[in-house]
Write a protein that binds this ligand. Structure first.
Ligand code: UTP
Length: 278
């Protein structure tokens, strides 16, 4: 079954400048945890314990976060402050981390292709940590997708309905419904104008990909914004075989934008932190 999860974390995070000038966007905290830790927790919840980071320049603190900090451990050993490290210690014990670097930011598709060396010839999850997803009381979004993968055995993208005037920010799918939460993809467009969008079903930052995607990515020319788009490669994969789109249960916050980040912070503070769940 699937055990690997790729985290493309090489992006510049320009929407959060100047905060992201010397600090990765993925290390920005939502209450008391960096964004990327929520993503890794979701991967572990889904049984994906081999974590593969595709990083870039200035992202070293992501690796440091998932390593032991001896000075800190020594300093707080035996004090009541140790409780704050229980969660991250548990993650470090349960997961295995590997890293490669994307040298030039040529798009998400290019970042995923760069991660091939860490993933090899098996299906894998992809989590974009700036899409923060919660499904309180139920399976995490990646865990839901793993269950769907057991049934369909092909690449899956997570989707949600968005208002028509928002669709230009997303990859957009068209598809045939096979059940009310699952579509067989027939078309995909990256960041379409409202008039061009085939639906209001937007792709969010959760994928399960089969490894044939790498050969397709190698042949995919730069698309929108001159970047190698995973959406273009997935459309090819859908045409050659099958790609499914899964409407997940739960909610998503776009923490790559300031508004989404603040919403996520408020949600986590009210629903998780105040109830002792963070
Ligand atoms: P975004 O479109 O959010 O870009 O990338 P960004 O650089 O992170 O943020 P802004 O738009 O400048 O504020 C979506 C995801 O794809 C990764 C990013 O790290 C993010 O998780 N990505 C994007 C890469 O890893 N490499 C790329 O070349 C492009």
């Amino acid at each position: 079954m699937i055990k690997k999860c790729m985290f493309p974390v090489a992006g510049y995070g320009t929407r959060f400048l100047p905060a992201t000038k010397a600090m990765p966007k993925e290390m920005l905290p939502i209450v008391n945890k960096p964004l990327v830790q929520y993503g890794v927790e979701e991967a572990l919840d889904a049984g994906l314990y081999e974590i593969a980071f595709v990083t870039g320049r200035g992202k070293r603190t992501i690796n440091d976060h998932f390593d032991i900090s001896y000075e800190l451990e020594h300093q707080i050993a035996g004090t009541d402050k140790e409780q704050y490290l229980v969660g991250i210690r548990d993650i470090i014990d349960r997961a295995v981390f590997s890293t490669t670097r994307q040298r030039e930011m040529k798009g998400l598709g290019h970042a995923i292709l760069t991660g091939e060396t860490l993933v090899g010839d098996e299906p894998f999850g992809v989590i974009l940590a700036d899409d923060l997803c919660f499904n309180e009381g139920g399976d995490s979004v990646m865990a839901q997708m793993v269950k769907v993968f057991r049934q369909v055995r092909c690449s899956i993208v997570a989707i949600e309905e968005v208002p028509e005037d928002q669709i230009h920010k997303f990859g957009c799918i068209d598809g045939e419904a096979v059940r009310d939460d699952l579509f067989r993809v027939t078309n995909m467009v990256e960041k379409p104008r409202k008039e061009e969008a085939p639906s209001n079903l937007a792709i969010i930052g959760r994928y399960i990909l089969t490894p044939d995607i790498f050969d397709i990515l190698r042949r995919t020319p730069p698309g929108k914004n001159g970047e190698i788009q995973i959406t273009d490669a997935l459309l090819q994969q859908a045409r050659d075989g099958c790609v499914m789109a899964y409407r997940f249960k739960g909610q998503r916050f776009d923490c790559g934008s300031v508004d989404g980040f603040v919403e996520a912070t408020n949600y986590c503070y009210e629903h998780l932190y105040k109830r002792g769940k963070l």
